[in-house]
Design a binder for this molecule. Structure first.
Ligand code: NCD
Ligand code: ZN
Length: 347
């Protein structure tokens, strides 16, 4: 008997597409399976103004191979100099779907991010007023705080006070990696949701460090111990609409990853759906996959669910995918779940 599952076409609520040759190389990997994606603004220089977002959206659409159907949902990179009026205009004109908060220094290309959250208070108040969601990279950057504790400390010292100060602010806590993050989002009152990546459902910190260091598993927030991984899996399959997919697929060339100071980011666009079907099946929750990939995100962002569908079929033979894709910017290694995958996207 062949097992098949048909889902409304998925969306990715946290994606890095980069620019130029890298954009051209990775865009089809997402557009093949996903209808829409929230596109991260951490380019160099970052996407800060409405005009920047419009121009970036045009560059993405110009790279989209003909015959592919994909809508990039643009974000602005919040800086301490962000103009609330420009942001409100970009929202009113339908150019931006969300704004991204990077604590300065927290991750790749975050140096233009926010150092002092009180300095962006007027912008956040404006966002609360107009209903523009804030996507948050939830890690403190305080040097004394251990890298494995940075998400948990952020919840108590930044996120909770911020939400108390501006209760109407719509918040998405992105790429949650801890049970504390899951508990916070599940238990908080008010308008909050959380995204979970594919790779954080499949790896924990042992995968990065045991038996040799595996740079392609290094991302931020860094994967935590297995008990946290289990909490993420439980949340993803829970059917709680506050939790949905944001792959955080973040391509870097192999040179940049396989280095004495390798950069953070896991590239998972190509095989993400096969990975997710594997995880949900292993958890006995294939019937919850569609909510996670295709229903809860649109509901959260007030967008229609997709008309199109995608079908996966479980076969005896493994899904063929390359170890790396070749882009004009260089080779990019694909997320390796560590075992074969059998759920093929067939239509
Ligand atoms: C992302 C990137 O490479 O842009 N890296 C990562 O490890 N996730 C940035 C981010 O989302 O933190
Ligand atoms: Zn990211």
């Amino acid at each position: 008997m062949t097992a098949r599952i048909t889902l409304r076409r998925p969306d990715d609520w946290h994606l890095h597409l980069r620019d130029g040759a890298m954009l051209e190389g990775v865009l089809p990997e997402t557009a093949r399976h996903f209808g829409r994606a929230i596109v991260m603004p951490n380019l160099v220089p970052p996407v800060v103004t409405g005009d920047d977002a419009r121009a970036y959206r045009d560059r993405i659409m110009a790279c989209l191979p003909s015959g592919m159907d994909f809508t990039p949902l643009m974000t602005l990179y919040l800086t301490e100099a962000t103009d609330p009026h420009d942001l409100a205009r970009a929202h009113a004109e339908g150019v931006v779907t969300a704004v991204k908060l990077y604590p300065a220094g927290a991750t790749t290309n975050s140096q233009s991010g926010v150092r002092d959250i009180t300095r962006v208070q007027p912008v956040l108040e404006k966002m609360a007023e107009i209903g523009l969601p804030l996507c948050i990279h939830g890690e403190v950057t305080t040097p004394e705080v251990d890298i494995f504790d940075r998400e948990q400390v952020f919840l108590d010292t930044v996120l909770d006070p911020l939400r108390r100060a501006i209760p109407a602010l719509r918040v998405t806590l992105e790429h949650i990696t801890t049970s504390q993050g899951i508990d916070y989002v599940a238990g908080a009152s008010g308008d909050i949701a959380g995204t979970i990546t594919t790779h954080h459902l499949m790896i924990n910190r042992n995968h990065i460090l045991v038996g040799g260091i595996r740079p392609h598993y290094y991302c931020l927030p860094v994967a935590k111990r297995s008990t946290h991984q289990q909490a993420l899996r439980k949340a993803a399959i829970s059917g709680n609409p506050r939790f949905f997919l944001g792959t955080d697929s973040a391509p870097h060339t192999d040179d940049a990853k396989q280095s004495a100071c390798g950069c953070a980011g896991v590239f998972s666009a190509t095989n993400t759906l096969s990975c997710l079907a594997h995880v949900f099946e292993a958890e006995g929750a294939l019937d919850r996959l569609e909510g996670f990939t295709s229903l809860f995100g649109p509901a959260r962002y007030g967008l229609p669910v997709a008309d199109q569908t995608i079908t996966l079929e479980k076969r005896d033979t493994p899904v063929p995918y390359p170890a790396r894709i070749i882009t004009g910017a260089g080779p990019v290694t694909l997320f390796d779940p560590g075992h074969p995958l059998y759920w093929h996207v067939i239509a």
